[in-house]
Design a protein around this ligand. Structure first.
Ligand SMILES: [Zn+2]
Length: 289
């Protein structure tokens, strides 16, 4: 029987994604850096705040974020778990509506503002067609209060799932690997050094572009992008591309003995067959393995 493993596009087994919030004017410089190095990101926008002078105006959105994903960050950025359900609905719905008016495609992700999220927020988001939600914590900060990280000697420590580079269990409470201020370069080096082909690995970085200006540390992201770009084994993806790819893969229809597979979706899926063969299964095709 063929041994089949899920692979990412191109047969890769690692994915890098980034997520930046609030749509402030510093996004211009950040997008320029990402574009220079072919890095993909998701930008989470508050469409009710764009008349503020420190935010990217709506008429610039489409050209600036071209090639990246834009997602909901609520209309006016309240701490939504403290709000009434109707206000949560209003905040998510109006943001999705206004962003879609500009971009013309279905917006299906959210970064919870102030990281605020409870079961109601998740349910309301799902009912609006949102398929993933990013929280504002990360795997690094979840353990950084522990003494282990206060005195780490051999590099920062992450939670257990493949050293913080595992795939998420719950995409509606998607926990990034690290904030860019948390040992970004070290985590990037660790991620690049992962060579075990039997795992899928994800590195997920989050933050706000204005923090680079405030802390005068643009070099952190510039050096990280330069270091991690152009790797043959890394897929550079937006958040929604990862979620959508999972769906394509999960819809694959395999023969009982793995001798063939049918892909009912429009997009391609990739498999690793018997550990060494990369197979692309194009949308709408049946492929013998
Ligand atoms: Zn925010």
């Amino acid at each position: 029987m063929n041994k089949i493993y899920k692979a990412f596009p191109g047969g890769k087994n690692k994915v890098l994604t980034l997520s930046y919030d609030d749509g402030k004017v510093e996004d211009r410089r950040l997008v320029e850096i990402f574009n220079k190095y072919g890095i993909k990101a998701t930008f989470n926008l508050n469409s009710g705040l764009t008349d503020m002078s420190n935010r990217i105006p709506k008429d610039e959105w489409k050209s600036l974020y071209e090639g990246h994903e834009v997602a909901v960050h609520t209309y006016t950025h309240p701490t939504i778990a403290r709000c009434s359900s109707t206000e949560i609905l209003y905040e998510m719905y109006n943001d999705k509506l206004e962003i879609e008016k500009v971009f013309g495609y279905p917006v299906r992700g959210i970064a919870y503002p102030n990281g605020s999220c409870d079961d109601r927020c998740v349910d309301i988001a799902k009912n609006l067609g949102i398929v993933y939600g990013r929280v504002a914590a990360d795997k690094y900060s979840a353990v950084c209060s522990a003494e282990t990280n206060a005195q780490y000697a051999e590099g920062p420590i992450l939670l257990g799932d493949e050293n913080g580079f595992g795939m998420p269990d719950d995409y509606m409470r998607w926990l990034p690997t690290c904030h860019h201020n948390h040992h970004l370069k070290e985590f990037g080096q660790k991620f690049m050094s992962l060579k075990k082909k039997q795992y899928l690995y994800m590195m997920y970085v989050w933050g706000h572009s204005f923090e680079f200006e405030r802390n005068q540390n643009w070099n952190i992201i510039e050096e990280f992008c330069e270091m991690i770009s152009g790797q043959d084994d890394i897929w550079y993806a937006t958040n929604i591309e990862i979620v959508d790819y999972n769906e394509v893969f999960n819809r694959l229809q395999f023969a009982a003995d793995n001798s063939f597979v049918y892909n009912p979706s429009a997009a391609s899926a990739w498999l690793t067959v018997n550990d060494n063969q990369c197979v692309e299964v194009k949308g709408g095709t049946l492929v013998k393995l």
